[in-house]
Design a protein around this ligand. Sequence first.
Ligand code: URA
Length: 433
Amino acid sequence: MRMYDVILKKRQGIELVDSELQWLIQGYVAGDIPDYQMSAFLMAIIFKGMTPKELGAFTMAMAHSGDMVDLSAIKGVKVDKHSTGGVGDKTTLVIASLVAACGGVVAKMSGRGLGHTGGTIDKMESIPGLRTELSEEEFRNQVNNIGVAVIGQSSNIAPADKKIYALRDVTATVDSIPLIASSIMSKKLASGADAILLDVKVGSGAFMKTIDDARLLAQAMVDIGNANGRIVKAVITDMDRPLGQAIGNALEIAEVIQTLKGYGPQDLTHECLVMAAHLLVMSEKGDYDTCYSMVQTALQNGAGLAKLRELIVAQGGNGQIVDDSSLLGTAQFAYDIRSSKAGYITHMNTEACGIASVMLGAGRTVKDGPIDMTAGILMHKKTGDAVVAGDVLATLYANDESLFEGAETAYVQALTIGPEESTAGETILGFVE
Ligand code: URA
C-alpha cells in the first residue's frame, strides 16, 4: 500500500476500505508515514468528509492504537460523560457526584485545558493533595468502593489521536466534524465505559458555531458509539455565553461546591441536573422523570455534596475544602471591571472571555506550560443582564497585577452592550440518540 494512493483516493472522494484506514493509522503511529502525508490526508478529509463506514473504521483504528481499558471488574453499568469543550464548564464534578450519590457508577477519564477551554483535570488539581493519576487497579477499586473516580487519561489511550491532534492544531484541520468525532470517540471507546453521555457545545465559545453543525457532530459520535456496542446519547448545550459565573480552576471548584450546596448559578445547576438525570436513565435507574427527581433530591439533601467529599478524600485531597472553599487559596490581587455605559448585555464572545482568563494565568499559553490555579474571572453580569455605568461587570483575579490591563481589554471587547433588552435563551438546545 502507498500513502500517495490513499491520499489520492480520499481526494477523489472514493470510499476507503477498513484495511487502508487501519494501515495508515498504524503506519503513522509507528513513524512510517511522515507528517506531511498525514497533513495532506487530513486536508482531503476537510474537503471530502468521511462516509459513516469510513468514520467508524478510522475511529476504531485510532482507539486500538493504544490501551483498551477493561472495566469489566467494576460492577454495574459504567457511565462516562464528555464535553466537547467550553468556558466555565465545570459540570463534570457536579454531575459525577450527583449520579454516584443516586447509585450510578461513574468511571471517568478527563482531559486538561485546550486553548481557550478549561479541563476537568486542571481544575481538580487546584484541590490541595488531590491525585488525578491512579493506577488501573486503584481506579477500579475506588469506583467499586464509592461509585465514582475521575482521573486523567493515561498516556497510552489512543496515542494516534494525540499525534494527529497535534498535527491538526498546526495545519488548520481542527474544525472538521469527522475529525472531531473520531478524536473524541477514539478516546471514549478506549476508556472502557458502557454508556457515554456527550455534551456537545454550540456557540461562540465552542468548536461548533451553529446548531446544525452541533447536531451533525452529535449524531456522528452517537452512531460511532452505538456501532461499537456502547450506549451513547448527546445533549446539545449553549456555549454562546460562559457557563455559571466562574472561569478559572480554583474559582470553578468553589462554584462546584456552591452548586452542590444548592445555591449555584441557575444555568449551571439546570444543565447538571438534566445531564445527571440522563446518565441515571442510561444506568437503568428508571425513566427520565424518576431520575430527574432522584438527582434533584440528592442536590437538596446534600447527598451529592457528601459524595464529592468522598471522591476528593479517596483521591488524597483535602475534603475540608467542601466546608471552607478558602482552603483552595485565593489570588493575591483582584480587580473590578466596571461598565462605561448603560444598557443590556446582548452578546458575549465566549472564546474571548476564555482567552481573557488564560491571559490572567488560568490556562496554558505553551504546551505543558504552568497554570496559576487561583487566577481567573468571576462574572457578575452576563448575557441578558441590564447594566448601568459604573456597575461591576466582572472581577479579575491574578498573582501579577500587570496582567489586568490586557485581560480587561480582552474581556470588555468580548461583551456587546446595547440599548435593546435581551434575554439569555435556553441552555439545553437539543438531544440526540
Ligand atoms: N476535543 C477532542 O478531544 N478532539 C477534538 O478534535 C476536539 C475537541
